[in-house]
Design a protein around this ligand. Structure first.
Ligand SMILES: [Ca+2]
Length: 509
């Protein structure tokens, strides 16, 4: 075929990329060794996107290039802080902690004001993040043993499906960097839950104190690395039984940046869970002593630097327009550690409690070109990440109850989302529920204070729009709201299937 014939053919084919069917402005023709003849329409209909048509035409030697199909599998990065409070970032109003990289991320992306972790402490909140389900469904919670300890035998059950396993079905490279806390025995570590690579601490940085360290609170404030012996693990092996915690944030960050660079040509999922600002606090020499907010501010400045390193790598590798980066925290600030604990801003209480300060956390979503810079006031949950990322990656959701919803309409400004009431659990016990702006407390208790649980009947009822600090009980004026919340709780309870807890059994560490 001469050039003129090829040009005429190209002129007769009009491809609309992304349309459900090929559209043409004339008859489609095909080529045989005997010449040109019309192609049957049923044959044409198999080309449902521009990329496949381009391959077909290329095979014919036509040199016709259809526009590239839109990428359907964005890279996904989740950066998760430990015990970072709602009020701890500059972009959430902290007066002295400086977080310029997170502030820029929020300015360029979507900052949520009503974003929730699914639990008030580490282990259950991480289980919920990775499975999209309340921890009571997986057994990753317990009323007395609130998190996995260094002698726990349990871990995330194998029949739970993690976000990493889901994304593996779509060809993602996966890595977990940092604090895991979903089971430290080899069979529970990230490589057995869908992660190709893992480097980090298996649980909290205070869970294996040195036998020589002093007892009590003072060792938390001493800034002595030799008081702590939580091991550093790579894959399923201990690579350093006593890592220098002052270097952890830098170590994690270098690992994360290396992973992004190595996998920049394939879709990747990076789950980057920082050890800090969980106590005991440590910062490297570059950041130590620099913040007006003291050591806590130094630690957050280093964490903020790390976020900047990740975003700069995404930008410099040309990945910004096909990478979703999410920042959040696993629970509120650990207030009993005074100046080494963070701030819940205007919210009541902190880590360990089902008051807002225990479970409402920063939530920042960044994806230049897809997510418009904005502040989002709709409620969203860390559990939403599972169905949302599944949608973005084109993965099929597993056939089981999920408690998150796909929030991509909020992220992309295309609509609203429907959700039922949000349940606040302390351990395996339901303490409160939120429906719209209303939150009913059935039981209240401080996160770590000496008080016991107080049961409320009728429940205490707060309007979180008018009263975000949860001060004024409105139950007497709103019986119909309490009735609707009771209905939502009944629906939720009817969906639960009892499972054994993973947090009670122990073995020798
Ligand atoms: Ca935590």
């Amino acid at each position: 075929m001469d050039d003129a014939s090829q040009a005429r053919l190209s002129d007769r084919i009009r491809v609309t990329v992304g349309s459900p069917r090929l559209r043409t402005r004339g008859r489609i023709i095909t080529f045989t060794r005997h010449g040109v003849r019309p192609m049957n329409w049923p044959l044409v209909s198999q080309f449902r996107d521009g990329a496949r048509l381009a391959i077909f035409l290329s095979c014919l030697g036509l040199g016709f290039a259809a526009p590239a199909a839109p990428r359907s599998r964005p890279n996904i990065v989740i950066i998760y802080a430990d015990d970072l409070g709602y009020g701890d970032l500059g972009c959430y109003g902290h007066p002295t902690i400086r977080t310029p990289n997170l502030d820029r991320m929020a300015t360029e992306g979507m900052r949520f004001t009503e974003f929730y972790s699914a639990a008030e402490v580490c282990t259950p909140s991480r289980a919920a993040l990775l499975t999209g389900r309340y921890p009571v469904r997986s057994g990753m919670c317990h009323d007395q043993f609130r998190v996995l300890r260094n002698n726990s035998s349990g871990g995330l059950p194998k029949d739970e499906i993690t976000l990493a396993e889901l994304l593996k079905t779509r060809g993602y490279a996966t890595a977990m960097v940092g604090k895991w806390h979903l089971g430290h025995r080899p069979e529970h570590l990230p490589p057995h839950h869908g992660f190709d690579e893992y480097r980090g601490l298996p649980y909290s940085n205070d869970m294996q104190p040195s036998p020589d360290s002093p007892k009590g609170r003072e060792r938390f404030f001493a800034e002595r690395n030799d008081y702590w012996q939580t091991p550093l693990i790579q894959g399923t092996n201990v690579v350093n039984p006593h890592p220098d915690q002052r270097q952890l944030t830098r170590d994690y960050t270098e690992t994360a940046v290396r992973f992004i660079r190595q996998h920049k040509r394939s879709p990747f999922f990076l789950y980057f869970a920082h050890t800090f600002p969980h106590v005991p606090l440590f910062a490297s020499g570059t950041f130590r002593g620099k913040s007006a907010a003291g050591l806590y501010g130094d630690v957050l400045a280093e964490l903020d630097w790390s976020v900047g390193q990740v975003l700069d790598t995404v930008r410099s590798e040309g990945l910004a327009r096909r990478t979703l980066v999410v920042f959040s925290s696993d629970n509120g600030p650990w207030l009993v550690y005074d100046q080494h604990g963070g701030s819940a801003g205007p919210l009541r209480e902190g880590k360990g409690s089902t008051w807002e300060g225990g479970m409402r956390v920063p939530g920042i979503f960044w994806w230049p070109g897809r997510i418009q810079p904005s502040v989002q006031h709709e409620m969203a949950l860390t559990m939403d990440l599972f169905p949302t990322c599944a949608r973005l990656a084109g993965a099929t959701l597993p056939d089981r109850p999920l408690d998150g919803v796909d929030i991509s309409p909020l992220l992309f400004g295309t609509g609203t989302v429907e959700r039922d009431a949000f349940m606040y659990y302390r351990g395996a016990t339901l303490y409160a529920a939120r429906l719209g702006p209303w939150k009913a407390h059935f039981i209240t208790r401080s996160g770590y204070g000496p008080d016991g649980p107080s049961t409320h009947n009728p429940p205490w009822l707060f309007h979180l729009g008018e009263d975000p600090g949860e001060k004024w009980d409105r139950a007497a004026q709103q019986p119909e709201v309490l009735a609707r919340i009771a209905d939502a709780v009944a629906r939720h309870r009817a969906s639960l299937v009892p499972v054994p807890t993973q947090l009670a059994e122990t073995v020798n560490p």
